[in-house]
Design a protein around this ligand. Structure first.
Ligand SMILES: Cc1cc2nc3c(=O)[nH]c(=O)nc-3n(C[C@H](O)[C@H](O)[C@H](O)COP(=O)(O)O)c2cc1C
Length: 306
């Protein structure tokens, strides 16, 4: 059989394959590039960046749970200036498409960040983080308010022609309503899901285990929830979806594609095995060959309901 075509289109964003690295789990690329050749993956989504550097929350900020982890990092990042002068040049050298994830406390800050980064040729697309559960301002207060999502998308669309991906929160009743708003205001795609709010207590001293009290749950524990959210969006809204949540192996990735994703992002698995993305990519390729699929994008939304 001829070679499998692994390339995917996510709106106007064309990628060599559907395996992306999720924001916040591989820093700005230099950490993971010791383990994998970044040239081989579809794209890297960089750690959420804000206009000014952010220290994030105090420790304890990370915790292992049954089949997952809780994090309350609080968007620690180097700020836009250092990102442009140090992090982007490094990633450009790695020859990997860069999707820049942006977090902000106000609509104006989102717009300002996109305006500045829009000038950077190395950036292929923006992922807008409106769904971080671990900050007081600029996280879920945007992500679970349809009017805010509408305004943010509209204002960002006005200042860039690059693809815009809105990263949706699972901590809402109907995620597809938010995908609909993003589509209406001109987003190219949505990514789903960010982490789910969770907490844990120490039974000896009865204190919360995380300094921030709550954190975001990720890893295999959230996979069925994430799949259901992807499926809901796919059923209700015609917009490309990047599936995220608990993907640990190639079988999980295939499941997300079948449920409606055009591409997937890998998060927590990078902490367990930093080479997982390449293994998953190889597994996807073999799956396509065995099943005589010559174009991986034909898997997207290929579920059979009866
Ligand atoms: C330690 C950690 C830090 C994260 N930081 C960010 C972030 O800065 N911005 C963001 O949009 N998502 C962030 N996320 C969420 C992931 O990108 C992803 O949406 C989530 O972890 C679910 O995928 P997973 O189950 O494969 O990890 C973070 C996740 C973890 C575990």
């Amino acid at each position: 059989m001829s070679k499998v075509d692994l390339s995917v289109n996510i709106g106007s964003l064309k990628l060599r394959n559907p395996i992306l690295l999720a924001s916040g789990t591989v820093g700005y690329g230099s950490e993971i590039s010791e383990f994998i050749d970044l040239k081989k993956i579809g794209a890297i989504v960089t750690k959420s960046i804000s206009l000014k550097p952010r220290k994030g929350n105090k420790p304890q900020r990370i915790l292992e749970t049954s089949s997952g982890m809780l994090n309350a990092i609080g968007l620690t990042n180097v700020g836009i200036e250092k990102f442009i002068s140090e992090k982007i040049p490094y990633l450009i050298k790695q020859d990997v498409p860069i999707i820049c994830n942006i977090a902000a406390s106000t609509i104006e800050e989102y717009v300002e960040c996109v305006k500045i980064l829009n000038e950077e040729e190395g950036i292929h697309a923006f992922e807008i983080n409106i769904s971080c559960p671990n900050v007081k301002e600029g996280g879920l207060q945007f992500g679970n308010n349809e009017k805010m999502v509408c305004k943010i998308t509209e204002k960002i669309r006005a200042v860039t022609k690059k693809p815009i991906i809105i990263k949706l929160s699972p901590n809402v009743s109907n995620i597809s309503d938010f995908a609909q708003v993003a589509k209406k205001e001109g987003a190219d795609a949505v990514s789903a899901i960010n982490t789910i709010i969770g907490t844990a207590f120490n039974i000896k001293n009865k204190k919360p285990k995380l300094k921030n009290i709550t954190g975001g749950l990720s890893g295999p524990a959230i996979k069925p929830i994430a799949l259901a959210k992807v499926f809901e969006i796919h059923q209700k809204v015609k917009i490309p979806i990047i599936g995220i949540g608990g993907i640990m192996n190639w079988q999980d990735a295939v499941e997300f594609l079948i449920a409606g994703s055009s591409a997937v992002q890998l998060g927590t698995v990078n902490f367990i095995d930093p080479t997982a993305s390449l293994k998953i990519l190889n597994g996807l390729m073999d799956y396509c060959k065995e099943n005589k699929i010559d174009n991986i994008s034909s898997l997207t939304g290929s579920y059979q309901l009866d």
